[in-house]
Design a protein around this ligand. Structure first.
Ligand code: SF4
Length: 338
């Protein structure tokens, strides 16, 4: 709150939009009224779903005649375009964690693994815990490596669902990687990025999970099935929709242009489609059989069953290249073309 009020005062903003991630939505109204009380600026609360920093409401605020967006819960994506937007100020919101449980998890990992050079990575809400792990590891004689940020990250060691550049930068120098966070997607992406064993520690419970080639293979089998399904649709004359995201940090119109040219050069029926919030029904209504998603790559990776229920196969740009024979399966990569 103090930091936000300082920014409002320094910049002289009087009319501001407050945007919060889904986990803070229940608090949004009380945060806005507390900020109004403390700063004297007036706030409108953004009621739309917010998927990440890539989905900031700078254009909505501009259309409303507001002066800035205060965006909580995510870090800036430095390479993101700021066209048609008021200034957006990002305030990451660290999650509380129990350091004792975190260290219990760490010792569990150290008991079960070998190697003296350990890489660390996490998402923005747990970045503050990297220092705790580093200190403990170094005090026990380990060498700790944390990769610098890529074009989409603001901080060293930070990973996004669409960018693993930080751990990739240290992949050749570490024996294993420790990730702080929950869920399978990031650790599997990290195995692919560093080609080493990845251990994940849940910072709330201290429980640990090991990920290596077996988990990556299971993910890849699903992607292979999507590629095979897309090829079948395309070979029988199906329509390819090349989806361009209109969210400020998801807009890859050049990549979409390359996908479209490739489809047309190979003689496949295809059309560019622009979308903001992607939805299987919207693509189904347009008669799309295969959607090449150049917006958030996790739509293809995580939401494939929802799209399958509407008879739409969702793939990434690199997967399209395999489908149309411009790349071979052995060259498969996660979608990080930003
Ligand atoms: S594009 Fe997707 S994975 Fe990347 S920051 Fe946005 S929501 Fe997250």
């Amino acid at each position: 709150m103090d930091e936000i009020c300082r920014t409002l005062k320094e910049k002289g903003y009087r009319k501001v939009l407050l945007q919060v991630p889904e986990g803070l939505k229940r608090e949004a109204v009380s945060i806005a009224s507390e900020l109004e009380k403390r700063s004297g600026s007036s706030f409108i609360v953004d009621g739309e779903i917010c998927f990440g920093a890539c989905d900031h409401a700078g254009t909505r605020a501009y259309l409303l005649g507001l002066e800035a967006v205060i965006h909580l819960g995510h870090a800036d994506i430095p390479s993101m375009s700021s066209r048609c937007s008021v200034p957006v100020h990002f305030f990451p919101t660290p999650m509380n964690a129990n350091p004792d449980q975190l260290l219990d998890g760490l010792h569990h990992i150290l008991d079960k693994s070998e190697g003296k050079r350990i890489g660390l990575a996490t998402t923005v809400q747990h970045l503050g815990l990297l220092g705790t792990l580093r200190k403990e590891l170094e005090s026990e004689g380990f060498e700790v490596l944390i990769g610098g940020p890529g074009r989409r990250e603001e901080f060293p060691g930070q990973v996004l669902g669409c960018s693993f550049r930080s751990p990739e930068a240290i992949s050749g120098s570490v024996d294993l990687l420790i990730y702080i966070g929950t869920g399978d997607f990031h650790p599997i992406g990290l195995v692919s990025a560093v080609r080493k064993t990845v251990w994940a520690i849940d910072p709330m419970t201290g429980s640990v999970t090991r990920y290596d080639q077996k988990e990556l293979d299971s993910f890849l089998r699903k992607r292979w099935a999507a590629i095979a399904a897309a090829r079948e649709r395309i070979e029988s004359g199906g329509l390819i929709g090349v989806v361009i995201g209109s969210k400020p940090g998801q807009n890859r119109k050049d990549l979409a242009g390359r996908a479209l040219s490739a489809c047309r050069e190979e003689g496949h029926l295809s059309s560019p489609i622009v979308m903001d919030d992607l939805d299987p029904m919207k693509l189904h209504s347009l008669g799309i059989d295969v959607a090449v998603i150049t917006a958030c790559p996790r739509i293809a990776y995580d939401d494939a069953p929802r799209y399958a229920a509407e008879n739409v196969v969702v793939i990434t740009y690199d997967e399209l290249m395999i489908v149309i024979g411009r790349k071979i399966w052995e060259e498969y990569t996660f979608d990080e073309r930003w």
